[in-house]
Write a protein of this length. Structure first.
Ligand code: ADP
Length: 582
């Protein structure tokens, strides 16, 4: 296009140059004709013809014509008579007769085909009028014009060729860069946002490449942001202790966490994208979510689900989900498991009822006896004595009960326990000795210690560990016949101290073994009361063991005896200040 345009422009210029050359050529002849006529106006006819002959040369054809334009006075000698035209047929003669000057063949085409001429009328000194006709050979200007045309054509060809070569090179370069950029764009479309447009391209390609690179940077940033968000959400959902489901406006599950999938008993991947009713059997949850979509406001409800092997209680909170235009686009449900709370509430109720009952029994007994004593002033001293003894027993029972309740309350509330190295051996021996001292060998079962002669240290609270070991040995004595034995074994293995309190007493029926650590549980209530039991001793022991990172187990055979096994981590001597508080 550039070459063609240039060429066309060149041709126009040529045309213009040709006109200029022709016009200069015309002016040249006119000037010369005028110069001749002025120079020769003084001459007589004969001298005039001589002057004309002198000035003549091969290229110039001069004709002198009479003033009326009827005949030649002089003609170019070299012109053959056959090519001579009669005066009246010469172009420009009649025009010069009319206006003083006449022209012929002054066009480009004319100049190419025939000789242009100027005919000028002039008057000589003696008053005679003549016409001087000057004709020029146009070959010189024709060759000039042709040379210009040839140059323009050549230039056109060369520039067309150059334009084609440069155009081709430019095309190849742009095409190559475009190809590279296309590959980068294809990589993006395939999800590879690490691809980048190379540097060092042409300005337009650089702009496009930079735009692509910027786009990829932004997309990569957004992808990492989404990944981060996704991970955060995964961690939050995974760490949630409540179940969660989100649905879209059509009721299809878009999000579900593992707790919810566990509660409802299906896999997360099975549920995603499916309608609520396809995966969830429980009408409460479906209805609550669909109602939330319908009423477009948060709802809450409590319901029970029959989950094998037991029934569980839940509280659900729902909330509508809105999109960026604040239109409701789905709903969310969070399901909180209330089962444990309900169990705790029930245990607390039972505990309060048990405590009231346990307190009421001795108080009622004391009150009854006191009233009898008050009413019966003449009571025999020995009966009065027996009644007072009963009041003392019941007061002891009350006191023990209150002490155990206080111990439990302390254990429940204490969030910091003093930890110091405690010698288990010493605790066991002290308890055995103190119990052996207060009673004669015939009034209770025998107490024995089996274990190392050196101290066995654990980290813990002295008072609490004494109470735990003491309760177990006391129980051994309480539930073993007078001729029985209570053997306490202490051993250390793999960093764990084990205390076995083994008796050959009444034993515990197998069906109650799982319940003896419950508060106020007693196998035989009457017997336990009779021997001063509160039903809280083992609950306290278990609490203390767990608090000291240990454990307690029981083995028993009814009528043969019971063994309690307490395990506690031993203290290895490296006592750091951090372990002073739990
Ligand atoms: P209590 O004050 O009644 O002894 P505990 O909590 O210490 O309460 O014990 C709970 C129940 O476990 C007792 O009532 C008793 O039935 C049973 N029990 C505890 N220790 C023994 C044991 N060494 N031999 C037989 N039964 C035991």
């Amino acid at each position: 296009m550039i070459a063609l345009g240039g060429w066309f422009f060149g041709l126009l210029l040529c045309e213009r140059f040709s006109q200029d050359i022709l016009s200069n050529f015309q002016i040249g002849i006119v000037e010369q004709t005028k110069a001749y006529t002025q120079g020769w106006s003084d001459l007589e006819e004969a001298a005039l013809i001589t002057a004309i002959e002198k000035s003549n040369n091969n290229d110039q054809h001069i004709e002198l014509i009479t003033g009326d334009g009827t005949r030649f006075l002089y003609r170019h000698p070299k012109r053959s008579s056959t090519t001579l035209s009669p005066v009246d047929s010469l172009e420009g003669v009649s025009e010069s007769l009319r206006s003083g000057i006449g022209y012929s063949n002054f066009t480009v085409q004319g100049a190419k085909s025939s000789h242009p001429s100027v005919t000028l009328a002039f008057e000589s000194k003696n008053g005679t009028n003549y016409l001087l006709r000057l004709e020029r050979d146009p070959r010189i200007i024709i060759s000039q014009i042709n040379a210009i045309f040839d140059s323009v054509i050549m230039l056109g060809l060369i520039s067309a060729l150059l334009a084609m070569v440069m155009g081709h090179l430019l095309y190849r370069r742009i095409n190559r860069q475009f190809h590279v950029l296309t590959q980068v764009a294809v990589a993006y479309s395939e999800g590879n946002f690490s691809a980048r447009a190379p540097k060092g391209m042409d300005s337009e390609s650089i702009l496009l490449g930079e735009a692509l690179n910027k786009l990829a940077d932004e997309i990569q940033d957004q992808i990492s942001e989404i990944h981060l968000e996704h991970n955060r959400m995964r961690v939050i959902l995974g760490g949630m202790r409540d179940g969660l489901i989100a649905i879209d406006e059509l009721g299809k599950i878009v999000l579900i966490n593992s707790v919810m999938s566990r509660i409802l008993g299906f896999e997360i991947r099975e549920a995603r994208g499916r309608h609520l009713s396809e995966v969830i059997q429980d009408p409460e949850i479906i209805e609550l979510l669909l109602n939330t979509l319908r009423v477009q406001r948060p709802l809450e409800a409590e319901f029970d689900l029959n989950l094998e092997p037991s029934k569980k209680s839940f509280k659900a909170y729902t909330s509508p989900l809105t999109d960026y235009e604040q239109d409701v686009s789905g709903a969310l449900i969070v399901v909180h498991d209330l089962t444990q709370t309900r169990q705790l509430e029930s245990m607390r109720r039972d505990f309060v009822a048990n405590v009231s009952h346990e307190l009421k029994t001795p108080i009622t007994a004391i009150r009854g006896i006191a009233e009898t004593l008050y009413d019966d002033e003449g009571m025999k001293p020995e009966i009065r004595q027996r009644f007072l003894g009963k009041i003392t027993d019941q007061s002891h029972r009350l006191s023990t009960l209150v002490s155990d309740l206080l111990a439990l309350a302390r254990l429940d509330e204490k969030d910091s326990t003093t930890t110091e190295p405690i010698d288990l051996r010493e605790i066991i021996l002290e308890r055995i000795n103190s119990l052996s001292k207060v009673s004669s060998p015939d009034s209770q079962a025998s107490l024995h210690y089996h274990g190392p002669e050196h101290p066995v240290f654990v980290l813990g609270d002295d008072e609490e560990l004494r109470q735990a070991i003491g309760n177990l040995i006391d129980n051994g004595l309480k539930y073993t016949q007078l001729d029985g034995n209570i053997n306490t074994h202490l051993s250390v293995e793999d960093g764990t101290a084990t205390v076995l309190v083994k008796d050959d007493g009444v034993g515990i029926p197998e069906e109650f073994l799982g319940r003896i650590f419950e508060r106020f549980f007693r196998v035989d209530k009457a017997r336990s009361r009779e021997i001063g039991g509160t039903g809280l001793g083992l609950a306290i022991v278990k609490h203390i063991c767990l608090k000291h990172m240990g454990s307690i187990e029981v083995e028993s055979q009814e009528g043969k005896g019971t063994t309690f096994r307490v395990k506690l981590p031993i203290f290895n001597g490296k006592f750091s200040s951090e372990s002073h508080t739990e």
